[in-house]
Design a protein around this ligand. Structure first.
Ligand code: PXP
Length: 247
């Protein structure tokens, strides 16, 4: 089965917020990404509202025809908002104000009690729940225990190693992602992956059996700023499909 592509459009909102005006609109970006054939739209509504705003999430809920994945911190306030907006899936991520982007996976094992309650509230309101974690046995087991239906593996370490030419480290990270995908599937968890993926390294991840969807933002939006959204999304779909694995 070909791996699906979820396009993270946060960076379109980052450009808009640089001027605090109305353009470019992430809603228009989502429509163009869908027209180019992506399978889902992802946004991260951060506590500090540095890029995506509540208005965006509400409008996206109305126009997204694939599925809407809302990345958010595991807080009561965000849970309430998710219940109100009804995204198709929520991905719980760690969040700190100082970070430039999500730096590591959520430590599900360390927060299992509060996450169990929060995930059950979301699921009782018909929202599918994913947790963004490191490819690690303890975290996969904890994800199952707290009631998540999906895990999203953080591919940042693999991507960094690949992009720096550290072949040995990249191969180690790849095999961890591969092993943890098998384990998660064995527990009945569906698997997404993302962070730092680009046109050169994506084939290594898209060729892993058992991964459902890749969430990719920076490289697609960066390329879209030069060649246009439709071409950038189509080229990523092709790179995923080719699943090329050269270092
Ligand atoms: N998945 C998660 C959970 C993320 O937080 C991010 C970054 O917002 C991504 C995927 C996409 O990462 P990138 O922008 O590096 O493709």
């Amino acid at each position: 089965m070909t791996v699906k592509l979820g396009v993270n459009i946060d960076h379109i909102a980052t450009i808009r917020e640089a001027r605090k005006i109305r353009e470019p609109d992430p809603v228009a970006a989502a429509i163009l990404a869908e027209l180019a054939g992506c399978h889902g739209i992802t946004v991260h509504l951060r506590e500090d509202r540095r890029h995506i705003q509540e208005r965006d999430v509400r409008l996206l809920r109305g126009v997204v025809t694939t599925h809407l994945n809302l990345e958010m911190a595991a807080t009561k306030e965000m849970t309430q908002l998710a219940i109100d907006v009804q995204p198709d899936i929520v991905t719980l991520v760690p969040e700190t104000r100082q970070e430039i982007t999500t730096e590591g996976g959520l430590n599900v094992a360390a927060k299992s009690e509060e996450l169990t309650a929060l995930i059950s509230t979301l699921r009782n309101n018909d929202i599918v729940v994913s947790v963004f974690i490191e490819p690690d046995t303890e975290q996969v087991k904890a994800a199952k225990k707290v009631g998540a239906q999906f895990v999203e593996f953080h591919t940042g370490k693999f991507s960094n190693a690949f992009d720096m030419g550290n072949v040995q480290e990249a191969e180690q990270e790849l095999s961890a992602i591969q092993d943890m995908t098998l384990l998660a599937n064995k527990y009945g968890l569906k698997v997404n992956a993302g962070h730092g993926l680009n046109y050169r390294n994506v084939g290594h991840i898209s060729s892993i059996e058992g991964i459902e969807e890749l969430n990719i933002g920076h490289s697609i939006i960066g390329r879209a700023s030069l060649v246009g959204m439709e071409r950038a999304v189509k080229e990523m779909l092709e790179a995923i499909r080719l699943a090329e694995r050269s270092f």
